[in-house]
Design a protein around this ligand. Structure first.
Ligand code: ZN
Length: 234
């Protein structure tokens, strides 16, 4: 006996064979691709990050100095030597009604750890690869929040080296992506240097561009690491 059903995704009529099991998902969709599309849309809605400038700043910090663990741990951690970064993070988490962990101190760094599947999924959805931060390449960040993300990244992994704005990272691909985005958004060029011995790469900008970047960063962000800001602005 065949019955007529309507696909949950595309609303098309289809025939369901009687041995389909409804509660396993079979029988609700006309095809496997409709089932996959439905699931993707559902997850996208459920785990979409509510973007704002502070969340983008936090993402930059996590991108530079954090770690995301996926299944089955579902844990996000952030490490920093600066107490101010930890305080800012707690403030942002509180303002966005996200879980607020207790910081602890280990090997000279402060550490924050949140066990939350929802936050991990939302972060993974932006493009962060769990368990291996070095291969986090292109993130899906709305253009208007890139300036906030960049300051988070700079506060974590950047320095002000001989009047030049500089970002360092273990992955060449990460810096290439940052440079490409800066070129696209602000028409800024830079160069990437391999720091051989310690296995990190550095992205440098010219003097004039460095001051422009600094101006943009500090006029568009509520949170920052004061230590670095004072160094640049004086
Ligand atoms: Zn369908």
């Amino acid at each position: 006996m065949n019955c007529i059903f309507y696909c949950k995704q595309c609303d098309k009529e289809f025939q369901r064979k009687k041995y389909d099991v409804i509660n396993r998902g079979a029988g609700k969709f006309c095809s496997r691709s409709c089932q996959a599309t439905y699931k993707n849309i559902k997850y996208e809605k459920q785990y979409k990050l509510n973007w704002n400038s502070d969340i983008a700043y936090l993402l930059g910090l996590i991108y530079a100095d954090g770690n995301v663990m996926g299944k089955p741990y579902w844990q996000v951690s952030l490490y920093s030597k600066d107490k101010e970064i930890i305080d800012n993070t707690l403030d942002i988490l509180h303002k966005n009604s996200l879980p607020k962990p207790k910081p602890y101190h280990r090997r000279g760094s402060y550490c924050l750890s949140v066990g939350s599947r929802r936050i991990c999924r939302a972060l993974i959805y932006t493009g962060i690869v769990p368990n291996k931060c070095k291969s986090m390449i292109k993130l899906k960040i709305p253009n208007e929040y890139f300036v906030n993300f960049l300051l988070g990244f700079f506060d974590g992994d950047g320095c002000w080296d001989k009047k030049s704005f500089c970002l360092s990272n273990g992955s060449l691909e990460v810096l290439k992506w940052v440079l490409k985005t800066l070129k696209k958004l602000w028409n800024i060029n830079g160069r990437i240097i391999n720091k051989g011995s310690c296995g990190t790469y550095r992205l440098y900008f010219r003097l004039k561009d460095s001051y422009n970047i600094a101006k943009w960063l500090y006029s568009n962000n509520r949170y920052c690491l004061t230590r670095k800001k004072d160094l640049i602005m004086t």
